[in-house]
Write a protein that binds this ligand. Structure first.
Ligand SMILES: Nc1ncnc2c1ncn2[C@@H]1O[C@H](COP(=O)(O)OP(=O)(O)OP(=O)(O)O)[C@@H](O)[C@H]1O
Ligand SMILES: [Mg+2]
Length: 243
């Protein structure tokens, strides 16, 4: 897959991610996450699997700076994460788009804080829409789109700001198999061309093994398996998660 030159030439590359003894509890005696230590290399594609309630979304909320760990530290590169960080973006499970904005208006959202000149911003929006297979859809209204197209807009919005870390929380779980496969292929192409670091959360073990270079399995808020995708299989993952 080719990448539009205007975006690729200037895009910053992936950043490394470190979790150092991180613990988060929602309340006294409540579940949460940790203690958890994890190192993700710059440009790595990590998939996180685990049953419902195992802490996957809590992990992404901590990485995105929406939650602060009570113990431990999270670092992007050398810098501690202490709140929302412009170097990363999060794509949530349900595409949360602004219904009163056009497709282009939604994709431009994060760029408005970057003070790009208007022409540069418009070009970036169109490039990113093309990247997710929605070239020419800019003027459309969000309610005219299918679920898969909305998910693409959501992905485009996250990519338009050229993040160094892309966090995805079960982004394709509501889609049919064909759309999921097509979007997965696009995501791999984008990862490959932009060298962005990716943390991809999914329930789907086959999806994790197909997409990730590395798979981390969570159970009860702790890492129970961490390995190279090519050395794992669904049976082994299932056994570990159920065991
Ligand atoms: N806002 C909250 N208040 C209290 N407890 C919460 C809150 N959010 C999550 N939890 C608890 O923290 C634990 C981890 O939840 P989390 O949402 O991270 O799981 P998950 O792995 O993303 O699950 P799913 O696959 O269902 O999305 C669960 O036991 C959950 O009940
Ligand atoms: Mg979740």
């Amino acid at each position: 897959m080719t990448h539009p030159a205007t975006t690729a030439a200037t895009a910053p590359q992936g950043v490394s991610l470190t979790l150092d003894g991180v613990t988060y509890r929602y309340g006294r005696g409540h579940a949460g996450l940790g203690p958890l230590s994890l190192q993700v290399n710059a440009g790595e594609f990590l998939c996180v699997v685990g049953p419902s309630g195992s802490g996957k979304s809590t992990l992404l909320s901590l990485l995105a700076g929406f939650l602060r760990p009570q113990v431990g530290e999270i670092r992007l590169g050398e810098t501690a994460v202490r709140g929302p960080d412009p170097r990363l973006t999060l794509v949530q499970q349900e595409a949360a788009l602004f219904p009163w904005r056009t497709v282009a208006g939604n994709v431009a959202f994060g760029l408005e804080r970057q003070r790009l000149p208007r022409a540069g911003r418009d070009a970036r929006v169109e490039d990113t829409l093309r990247l997710v297979g929605l070239g020419g859809y800019g003027p459309r209204r969000v309610h005219e789109l299918s679920g898969g197209q909305r998910q693409r807009v959501s992905l485009a919005r996250a990519l338009a700001v050229q993040p160094q870390l892309l966090l995805l929380d079960e982004p394709f779980s509501a889609l049919d198999d064909r759309t999921r496969t097509a979007l997965s292929d696009e995501l791999l192409g984008i990862w490959w061309s932009q060298k962005v670091t990716v943390v991809f959360v999914t329930h789907n073990l086959e999806e994790a093994l197909a997409l990730g270079q590395r798979v981390v399995a969570l159970r009860g808020g702790e890492v129970v398996l961490d390995g190279a995708a090519r050395e794992l299989n669904v049976g082994r993952l299932r056994e570990t998660l159920e065991g």
